[in-house]
Ligand binder design. Structure first.
Ligand SMILES: [Zn+2]
Length: 223
């Protein structure tokens, strides 16, 4: 896969909604793309038991990835109990070693969802454990991970907007009615907003790791 894209999300859906368009751009350019979901997100449906919803989420993940020209893999960690353990980091590091992507996309740590923050820290640790390969790390623009999220990369996704929407709509959570949040409305509007920021029709924003030289701690240390 060397040169491709690896998207690592806490739950099935997270990366599809926030970076499925980027995945489609990579796939159309001939790069290999892998969605790695650390949990299925099986605990997120108020009206379905975890077993039934997990089966549904696995099917949705495969269908969405297929529409984007990507592969997907779902690890068996329990939704709501994902930890940034050395074990999870080693598992992720093994997949980074195997795939050797050019770019890794994951959650920003400033999240209201503990699984998302733990996914972030597990991926950061995994990148430290990988030897001799340094992919670029981007954080996705997720409504749950907005604390301190400062977009500094904006990608024109106008050409793949329809493909992204078709893939995201494989997910019941995105189409609506599972929880009291309008995922489709929010993420569709977000592509317009980011488009306005960059003078394109539709765009997606990402954040790169903040430089240690611009962090408050570094400024204090330098005073
Ligand atoms: Zn999530």
């Amino acid at each position: 896969m060397s040169g491709g894209l690896l998207l690592i999300g806490a739950h099935v859906g997270d990366m599809d909604f926030t970076a499925g368009h980027l995945a489609r751009l990579y796939a159309k350019a001939g790069d290999e793309v892998l969605f790695l979901h650390l949990t299925a997100g099986e605990g997120g449906h108020p009206g379905k038991d975890r077993g039934a919803y997990k089966a549904q989420k696995l099917a949705e993940a495969a269908e969405a990835a297929g529409r984007l020209g990507a592969e997907c893999r779902v690890l068996g960690h329990p939704d709501g109990d994902l930890f940034a353990s050395q074990g999870v980091a080693l598992e992720v590091a093994g997949i980074i070693d195997e795939r050797r992507p050019r770019t890794v996309v994951t959650h920003w740590r400033g999240s209201l969802h503990r699984d998302h923050a733990n996914c972030h820290f597990a991926v950061e640790r995994a990148l430290e454990l990988v030897s001799g390969h340094r992919p670029e790390l981007w954080f996705a623009d997720n409504w749950e991970d907005a604390d301190g999220f400062k977009p500094d990369v904006v990608v024109d996704i106008s050409a793949v907007f329809d493909d992204w929407l078709s893939a995201a709509r494989c997910h019941e959570l995105f189409r609506g009615g599972v929880v009291n949040f309008d995922y489709q409305g929010y993420y569709e509007a977000l592509t317009l907003l980011r488009g306005k920021m960059s003078g394109t029709q539709r765009a997606a924003a990402f954040m790169r790791p903040p430089s240690v030289f611009s962090s408050p701690a570094a400024r204090l240390a330098g005073d």
